[in-house]
Design a protein around this ligand. Structure first.
Ligand SMILES: C[S@@+](CC[C@H](N)C(=O)[O-])C[C@H]1O[C@@H](n2cnc3c(N)ncnc32)[C@H](O)[C@@H]1O
Length: 464
């Protein structure tokens, strides 16, 4: 076996990792390329690519080869997300914990950028459920909000906070996902540069940071609520040891997740508390390295703030809201509010939760930004175009060819476009919305967001 490419002491450090088979592991890293997988957006269904289904995620398929996603307009329309297969197991956990439960829930994705697991969780939720997607690093927030905007649902709030800020929302979330920053060994095959970052010292630092993050967010989990914990590391210190610490420190209870033997996932148990964990090894599964586990908060921790009621600071501006409503499907289901000049809408049921979050956290996106009113006209926002709540019947729609769609997404001149109508128009490709343009008698103004325009392959790569 040739370990030459792995960092010093890496293979030896995994001697105690359950299910680790050094030879098989090395072979997978030498001979088997990372599979390419996409997960389709259930709300923007479109026939895109064909492939074999990822066993633990009904929405996802393995592709035979890696196409150029950057130059596929449907990628920009949010019809699918390019995501590593193992990480989709989080949806399987979510499905299991919600099995017989019809109550609406509040979910926090604490370490969310670039948004792979947020869009995954979003697909597993109903509009009565709320998803809060948080990212601590400010520069990583735009990629998260862009991906959420493309995905389209209105029941998401994105925040930019430190985990400790969430302790102000006591007993607030029914499910918290901590997809923790880690030493990253699970990504060695897909991103060999990750090997340069690995050291035993770093595993140790990550372990300490993971405990800190979990301790900080713990108060925000509701009594009997769930914590889903995941890393892309194989190190026991970042995985099973953390589960034991959660059971020890917070009396959490482990939840066993049903899996199919054929999937190749290794089920493990922590040393002291026998908490269940799920390990994904390349060579055993069709995917990269992942560790995932689910625990429940036990004991009576109620008396929190989840009953908070939003107060009406001032009388709603019904005149403006009436101007907005024609743009929205089932318009009465939404609560309309203003942030500076822009109008936003969120599912009415989430109004109190929004008020609570506004009070304690730094919000970067909430519900759907509709746009600003200029007199009686709406200057529509990109979020509205990409959203699932837009009533497309009330606006113009322009169907583009592939070549025109790419030009639109580059913010170039759109070739050979016949202009017969005037006004704001959705720019569509195969019926899927890409964004807005304003049609004028002899030209069009392209309103595709500058910061999202196609520049190179790198944007697609960054998204994964
Ligand atoms: C594994 S990545 C998350 C990937 C994401 N969940 C997805 O599926 O697309 C871990 C995230 O944690 C964030 N992070 C780094 N340090 C953190 C800390 N101290 N507290 C919370 N999050 C942190 C990173 O910026 C990164 O976005």
């Amino acid at each position: 076996m040739n370990n030459a490419n792995f960092p010093d002491h890496f293979i030896e450090s995994l001697a105690n990792a359950p299910g680790f088979d050094a030879e098989n592991f090395a072979k997978a890293h030498q001979d088997q390329p990372s599979p390419t997988t996409i997960r389709v957006n259930p709300y923007k269904k479109h026939t895109i690519y064909k492939g074999v289904q990822v066993p633990w995620c009904a929405d996802a398929i393995y592709l035979d080869q890696r196409p150029s996603f950057t130059f596929d307009p449907l990628f920009h329309a949010g019809c699918y997300y390019v995501q590593e297969a193992s990480s989709m197991f989080i949806a399987h956990i979510m499905q299991h914990i919600r099995e017989d439960d019809e109550d609406s829930i509040k979910v926090l994705d604490l370490c969310a950028a670039p948004g792979g697991k947020s869009t995954l969780l979003s697909s597993a939720l109903n509009t009565d459920d709320l998803l809060v997607a948080n990212e601590i690093i400010k520069t990583r927030v735009p990629i998260l909000t862009d991906n959420l905007t493309k995905w389209g649902p209105s029941n998401i709030i994105a925040t930019n906070n430190d985990p400790k800020d969430f302790s102000r929302l006591k007993n607030f979330f029914d499910v918290v996902l901590v997809d923790a920053p880690c030493s990253g060994s699970g990504m060695f095959r897909k991103d060999p540069d990750a090997m340069n970052e690995w050291s035993e010292g770093n595993v140790n630092l990550c372990h300490q940071r993971q405990e800190r993050i979990l301790a900080d967010v713990f108060p925000s989990i509701a009594a009997d609520g769930y914590l889903i914990y995941s890393t892309c590391s194989y190190s026991v210190a970042e995985n099973e040891t953390i589960l034991d610490w959660l059971c020890e420190e917070f009396g959490m209870e482990s939840i066993r997740i049903p899996i199919n033997k054929e999937w190749g996932i290794v089920e493990t148990q922590s040393e002291t508390h026998k908490a269940h964990g799920y390990r994904f090894y390349p060579g055993k599964v069709q995917g990269e390295g992942l560790f995932a586990a689910c625990l429940r908060k036990t004991g009576n921790n109620s008396g929190g703030v989840s009953n908070y009621k939003a107060k009406n600071a001032q009388k709603p501006d019904y005149k403006s809201i009436d101007l907005l409503k024609p743009y929205i499907k089932d318009a009465d289901n939404y609560y309309y509010f203003k942030v500076n000049e822009d109008w936003l809408a969120i599912d009415r049921i989430h109004r109190d939760a929004l008020a609570m979050i506004q009070q304690h956290l730094y919000i970067k996106k909430s519900g759907i930004r509709l746009g600003a009113l200029a007199g009686k006209d709406l200057i529509p926002d990109h979020e509205l175009a990409m959203s699932l709540i837009l009533n497309k019947d009330t606006v113009l729609q322009t169907e583009l060819t592939r070549e025109q769609a790419i030009a639109y997404l580059r913010r170039d001149n759109i070739p050979d476009l016949e202009l017969t109508k005037k006004g704001w128009s959705l720019m569509n490709f195969e019926g899927q919305v890409l964004g807005w343009a304003k049609l004028l008698p002899n030209r069009i103004n392209n309103y595709y967001p500058k910061e999202m325009r196609i520049l190179s392959e790198s944007r697609a790569k960054n998204q994964e």
